[in-house]
Design a protein around this ligand. Structure first.
Ligand SMILES: Nc1ncnc2c1ncn2[C@@H]1O[C@H](COP(=O)(O)OP(=O)(O)O)[C@@H](O)[C@H]1O
Ligand SMILES: [Mg+2]
Length: 509
């Protein structure tokens, strides 16, 4: 309750950091010229530091979010999947947002482990080393079990749940106000964005979910091979502590080390790309944070993924959507694709299929007409997702996550073996997939499977997430209706305006 009263002051601090770091530029580029938000952002931009003036808008936003802490870093990660909203350049800059923070001490880590496992650390581990990495949600220690096995131990930051909860409440409060003051913002759904952030962090704050996701992906690839993940030790894994087998390998972007270890880069890339498409098309279950830090190449040249904090899912319909896109767009068959999307119900009945085909052509031609090795399917998908807003297409949210991961995968591929375009590897795979899955019998089977899956696996997770959201919404509504918040807002507004005015006088000349 008391914490809610501090929201206006948190708001001022937020504005201050956004202004100083120059994070307003990205927002300014979106606001209609001459509008109230544009004026306000312009004013705020005048307190920008000298350093920020020399950086790109997206980098400025990344710096601001990093300075604001864990919740904002996560917000930045979600925003980085929304090139359709903030533009491609800013999305790419945001993807580079480093999720590295000061580690907490090994003493604290041991205390968390002891508390979680209910017995002294020495009873389980013979060695327990200093952290090897520290990010906004968790850090990782190397350790050795009494049984002699080398493991990695991922541990949640102490107090991180409370901090996220407090800041998410504030952000939701802020998003509601922003939406109320600037009705145009409603189209970008700021409150919805915060709800996505809450649902995602809820997953990341339970390391059992991460262990389960790693386990599931390992199972998916068990028969096929080509990809593995660390195995969780379930009896040593709790919400706050994840003990898993140690991974040995070379990060996938370390060209020289890979070569020195005798790997054929083209082969490594072909395998990695094949695994990527299998995960997306065959399983509809993909790693949601495919940067090189999370991808290793083992002695056999196969992929080892770590870090399953974010995973994406695509149901059958989403996979067909993608397959159609690849099959038609790369052939330049815009009318065919538009008709397909209309038939599948992606386009609202009111939309003109011809106009859609024309729009597709306008965004795709510049990309498709590049030399083949430079054609970026991720950018094609990005353009399509951005167009989806104009044409009011009904799109699965995880397509945005997938698009960002495709961009990252393309980046890695380019640095590993620039002469190979991973979409050439994909094409035959997608064609086979289409031939196999587009016949009526397998469609029926797939629908049955999806129905079973939804019945069996997802409801618990979704229900929990939904209950949490309903609770939060109810709580927020209750708060909103308690009058004095107006007073706080007025006070904060007046204070903020005063501070801004003084600052612009002093700093802006
Ligand atoms: N099972 C493991 N074996 C060896 N190293 C690991 C393992 N899990 C994580 N790491 C190392 O710790 C780093 C951080 O772990 P990660 O799960 O990616 O955490 P974060 O979510 O903080 O990025 C990884 O980039 C990797 O270098
Ligand atoms: Mg990681």
């Amino acid at each position: 309750m008391l914490s809610g009263l501090l929201h206006p002051f948190r708001g001022l601090n937020l504005l201050w950091v956004l202004g100083r770091e120059g994070a307003t530029d990205v927002a300014l580029s979106l606001a209609p010229k001459g509008s109230f938000p544009a004026t306000a952002l312009g004013l705020l931009g005048r307190i920008k530091s000298g350093r920020a003036k020399r950086r790109s808008p997206g980098t400025n936003l990344a710096h601001a979010l990093k300075r604001l802490g864990p919740t904002y870093i996560k917000l930045g990660q979600i925003l980085s999947t929304r090139a359709d909203l903030i533009g491609e350049a800013a999305a790419v800059d945001l993807s580079a947002l480093q999720d590295q923070l000061e580690p907490f001490s090994t003493e604290q880590a041991r205390a968390v482990v002891q508390e979680a496992l209910g017995r002294p650390v020495e009873d389980v581990f013979t060695d327990f080393d200093a952290p090897i990495s520290a990010a906004s949600v968790a850090q990782v220690h190397l350790a050795r079990l009494k049984s002699g096995e080398d493991v990695a131990v991922k541990i949640l930051r102490p107090g991180i749940e409370k901090r996220f909860d407090r800041e998410l409440r504030f952000l939701r409060w802020g998003a509601r106000w922003a939406q109320r003051l600037v009705p145009d913002l409603r189209r970008a759904q700021p409150v919805g964005l915060i709800d996505v952030l809450r649902a995602q962090t809820a997953m990341e704050l339970d390391l059992r979910m991460e262990a389960a996701a790693a386990d599931q992906m390992a199972r998916n690839f068990k028969e096929r091979g080509g990809l593995s993940t660390p195995s969780p030790f379930w009896d040593l894994t709790t919400q706050r502590v994840l003990v898993m087998t140690r991974v040995y390998g070379i990060n996938i972007d370390e060209r020289d080390r890979l070569r020195a270890a005798g790997h054929d880069l083209a082969q490594v890339l072909t395998n990695a790309a094949t695994c990527f498409f299998q995960a997306v098309f065959d399983d509809g279950f993909f790693h949601g944070d495919q940067h090189a830090g999370n991808m290793f190449i083992d002695a056999r040249g196969e992929v080892v993924f770590v870090d399953f904090g974010i995973v994406g899912r695509l149901d059958w319909k989403g996979r067909v959507f993608l397959a159609d896109l690849m099959a038609h767009l790369l052939e330049g068959d815009y009318d065919g694709l538009a008709q397909r999307y209309a038939a599948e119900g992606y386009l609202p009945k009111t939309a003109s299929t011809q106009a859609f085909a024309l729009a597709l052509r306008s965004v795709a031609e510049p990309i498709v007409n590049q030399p083949l090795e430079r054609v970026s399917f991720a950018r094609l998908l990005g353009q399509l997702l951005a167009m989806g807003r104009t044409f009011d297409m009904s799109l699965q949210p995880d397509l945005f996550l997938l698009q960002k991961n495709m961009l990252m995968a393309e980046g890695i591929a380019r640095s590993l073996a620039p002469e190979i375009n991973i979409w050439d590897i994909a094409r035959p795979l997608v064609r086979d997939w289409m031939i196999y899955n587009r016949n009526p019998i397998s469609q029926l089977a797939e629908h049955a499977e999806t129905a079973l899956e939804v019945a069996g696996r997802l409801p618990n997770m979704l229900e929990q997430a939904e209950t949490a959201l309903t609770d939060i919404n109810a709580e927020m509504d209750r708060r909103r209706s308690s009058g004095p918040i107006w007073l706080w807002f007025a006070l904060a507004g007046a204070g903020g305006a005063g501070v801004m005015w003084v600052l612009t006088q002093v700093l802006g000349g």
